[in-house]
Design a protein around this ligand. Structure first.
Ligand code: UDP
Length: 412
């Protein structure tokens, strides 16, 4: 097995994270242990799911918390291991300073558990940030090649100095290969580690547009019946977990400016953001529009729910690392109105295949919704172009093929 491609953080670095070519004729690629911190079905997990299930090589998954993601993997015949520690699980972006000290014994146990499992595989694939830190710290124990799937924008807007320092350390000393999910995430990391952004390879997420094609009128009408809405009621949808930075409050403010329009919020507070969900309900009551805001909770069938709305909204108030919901909205053949920041602007071009508004601007969002209702021809054109683009640039097959290429190209 070849030598490690060490990461350099010198300003002059050019290709610190090589994507090696597909190993010619090798049916049996390297075996891979995937590690993800979440048992919930968030974007990181939903994009890992098809990769794990479609990877034609020995692979297993290690999760740091339990939940529906484990059940989904197991239902697809994937072996899943759990190493759970409640204190480690409670460390999050906001509470990182104090909580890690109390969690120290659990951190050590999880580092050891990841290393123990990793030793049975050729490659350790770290899918989330906590997995990155724990997998990197255990490198002297497992000595496996580490791939990090970068799905966060490592800027001061998103992360504190300590987290950025830890990631910088892990990237410098332990990570062998990085795959970013957008140029926005690649650029923020490159800035952090003082490297040329083009040195961080990007593989975009993909969706299967065929799943959206299969939804017929009957199924979209079912959604409207569930919401007690007539088939012709104007309805827009916001899809994704309920969290302050996802900006559901912006959509509610926009709704208050458009009489008669209904909004469905599909998603739940996955990571303890119940107080925010409560504040959204209060906001709707305060604005006198609680009968027009529908909380659908987490739904499994995105194609059905997305095709039941007239437009798909995206309202993140800070830069979105990628935004799977945007390519899903395009695959659903619906016009997408999105907050112009981060990975979003790599997917959508204003008035070409969607509509971009400034993040956090409820009035601009309301104007965009009204403009598209007022001009169905334009709405139709944007949606049609979006569908063409998603099939061409964000297909599930392309995503799987490129990720396979990354994994099979790794020298281990
Ligand atoms: N999602 C879902 N059910 C819901 C809400 C969201 O399956 O009720 C999915 C959504 O379809 C998308 C993912 O969760 O695939 C969210 O990914 P995105 O990249 O938009 O955001 P993230 O959660 O990664 O910040």
């Amino acid at each position: 097995m070849s030598s490690v491609n060490k990461v350099s953080i010198e300003a002059t670095c050019t290709t610190p994270f090589p994507v090696a070519p597909l190993a010619a004729g090798s049916a049996e690629g390297p075996s891979v242990l995937f590690v993800d911190q979440s048992g919930q079905l968030g974007g990181a997990e939903l994009s890992l799911l098809p990769l794990v299930t479609m990877l034609a090589t020995r692979r297993e998954v290690l999760l740091l918390t339990d939940g529906p993601f484990r059940q989904r993997l197991e239902s697809m015949d994937v072996t899943v291991h759990l190493t759970i520690d409640d204190r480690v699980a409670r460390i999050n972006k906001d509470a990182v300073h104090l909580s890690w000290l109390f969690a120290l014994p659990g951190i050590v146990r999880q580092i050891q558990a990841i290393a123990r499992h990793a030793r049975r595989f050729d490659i350790l694939f770290l899918n989330t940030q906590k997995a990155l830190v724990l997998g990197a710290l255990g490198k002297p124990l497992h000595r496996r090649k580490i791939v990090w799937h970068l799905r966060d924008i490592m800027s001061p807007d998103h992360f504190g100095p300590l987290q950025r320092l830890v990631v910088k350390w892990a990237t410098r000393y332990a990570v062998d290969y990085i795959v970013a999910n957008s140029h926005a995430t690649a650029a923020a990391l490159a800035d952090l580690i003082k490297c040329d952004p083009s040195a961080v390879p990007v593989v975009y997420n993909g969706v299967d547009a065929g799943e959206f094609d299969q939804v017929d009128d009957q199924r979209t009408k079912e959604v409207r019946r569930l919401l007690n809405l007539a088939d012709d009621t104007r309805l827009v949808g916001l899809f994704g977990r309920i969290a302050p930075w996802k900006g559901q409050h912006v959509a509610i403010d926009a709704l208050a400016q458009i009489p008669g329009l209904h909004l469905v919020l599909v998603g739940s507070a996955l990571f303890g953001e119940q107080a925010y969900e409560k504040s959204l309900r209060e906001q709707a009551v305060r604005l006198g529009i609680e009968d027009r805001v529908h909380f659908a909770g987490f739904q499994d069938d995105m194609p059905q729910w997305m095709r039941a709305v007239d437009m798909v909204l995206h309202t993140s108030t800070v830069a979105e690392p990628f935004g799977r919901v945007i390519i899903e909205g395009m695959a659903a053949g619906r016009p997408v109105i999105a907050a112009a920041a981060g990975g979003v602007v790599e997917i959508l071009q204003h008035h070409e295949n969607g509509w971009l508004v400034s993040p956090g601007d409820a009035t601009a969002l309301a104007e965009a919704i009204e403009a598209l209702y007022a001009d169905p021809g334009l709405a139709q054109r944007l949606a049609a172009k979006g569908l063409i683009n998603v099939k061409r640039d964000f297909s599930l097959n392309a995503y799987i093929a490129q990720m396979n290429k990354v994994i099979r190209g790794i020298e281990y």
